[in-house]
Design a protein around this ligand. Structure first.
Ligand code: GDP
Length: 363
């Protein structure tokens, strides 16, 4: 099992300021800087403080964006795949790299201009009062000129990256739709057509209150419940209900939707595919098994368990028919369970088998 050092959490994506917001912050603080004391030395100190202030704010704003940037290499493939669908990743990386270069440039400007100010000398020895005033005035004017140039160059370094800041900001907005699934935790993915009993099963088998999370390119939210097991070792298992994802033929999906769905392949886990066998079933067995076939095909390396649900409202003939059709497409009998999610019939047996497989499989 791979251990990815970074777990992606859309909720902790950083706030990316616009250039104008950074500028405003600088202007607010800049205005508050006042000369402390009297004499030309104090004024010189003020000019240095101004340069430092602008540098520090620009640096800290840029640092925040760079430090919190997404490191794709450290991300779990599940997230990597979804992110690549949602944003122009090359553009994003280019912008982060451009900000890194701007940071270097900023530092260079800061060091250069700070020493230009610091090293600027004035010789007032044996100078008469009138001349002294004139020299100080000229000296301070030159220092101001350096300060203005310093600030101008630092600001325009970041201003040139305003497009990049926008691109990064927009990327994070697009990524808000990524669900906070722990991609490394073992998962039970509950699939099946609408109304077959997916959410009933999820609520029956998971302990904690399920979380509702968005999923890219679907209008419905996925639901994540949890099962905590103590033995043989403490493990938190995710139960994921996937309305809008694995609930209709994959062949009807467009390319992006399909890729988003296929990202689920990267989760460690087992799929439980529910089939409604009740007399009032909304979809025929043919339709339901057709979706199952497509899932089997697309998730070839995943273990798939089939649960014939609502047997409390099914005829024996229908149950036998469903069983026959599922076996016909290659699912072995020991991977097919007859259950009633609503009444809890056989749910524990199903769960025990699934948990046992989850803890022992390399899925
Ligand atoms: P989903 O759309 O797949 O999530 O389906 P739901 O869990 O919302 O269930 C759809 C309907 O089927 C609800 O009215 C459930 O109460 C009902 N249902 C779910 N499981 C069973 C079952 O085992 N027996 C019966 N009779 N009804 C069930």
């Amino acid at each position: 099992m791979n251990n990815y050092t970074e777990v992606f959490n859309a909720r902790t994506l950083p706030y990316v300021p616009t250039y104008d917001e950074i500028l405003k912050k600088i202007q607010n603080r800049y205005r508050k800087l006042k000369v402390k004391g009297k004499g030309w030395r104090s004024r010189k100190r003020l000019e240095l403080e101004r340069i430092e202030l602008v540098y520090n704010i620009l640096l800290s704003e840029i640092n925040k964006v760079i430090d919190d940037a997404i490191d794709m290499n450290k991300l779990h493939p599940f997230y990597r795949e979804l992110i690549k669908l949602l944003i122009n990743h090359n553009e994003y990386e280019r912008c982060i790299n451009e900000l890194k270069r701007s940071r270097k440039l900023l530092r260079r400007f800061f060091i250069r201009y700070r020493s230009l100010v610091k090293e600027k000398r004035i010789n007032l020895e044996e100078v008469k009062e009138e001349e002294r005033k004139r020299l100080i005035f000229r000296y301070l004017t030159e220092i101001k000129k350096i300060r203005r140039e310093a600030i101008g160059r630092m600001l325009s370094t970041v201003k040139r990256k305003r497009k990049c800041l926008e691109i990064i900001k927009k990327s994070y907005i697009a990524l808000r739709n990524i669900p906070s699934i722990n991609a490394d935790a073992p998962s039970i993915i509950v699939a099946g057509m609408p109304q077959v009993g997916k959410s009933t099963l999820v609520s029956k088998i998971s302990s904690a209150k399920p979380e509702v999370a968005p999923y890219p390119f679907t209008t419905k939210s996925i639901i994540i419940g949890h099962i905590r097991i103590e033995k043989p070792y403490e493990t938190l298992i995710q139960v994921i209900d996937t309305p809008g994802l694995l609930d209709r033929p994959l062949s009807e999906r467009n390319k992006i939707e399909l890729q988003a769905i296929l990202a689920l392949r990267h989760l460690r886990g087992i799929i439980i595919y529910l089939i409604d066998t009740s007399i009032n079933r909304y979809y025929s067995f043919r339709e339901q098994i057709n979706v199952l076939k497509e899932i089997l095909d697309a998730f070839r390396d995943k273990e798939i368990i089939v649960a014939l649900n609502k047997i409390d409202e099914a005829t024996q003939r229908d149950i036998d028919e469903a069983l026959k059709q599922v076996i016909e497409i290659g699912i072995p009998r020991d991977k097919i369970f007859l259950i009633s999610a609503l009444h809890g019939y056989n749910v524990k047996t199903l769960l025990d088998v699934v948990l046992n497989k989850l803890l022992t499989c390399k899925c």
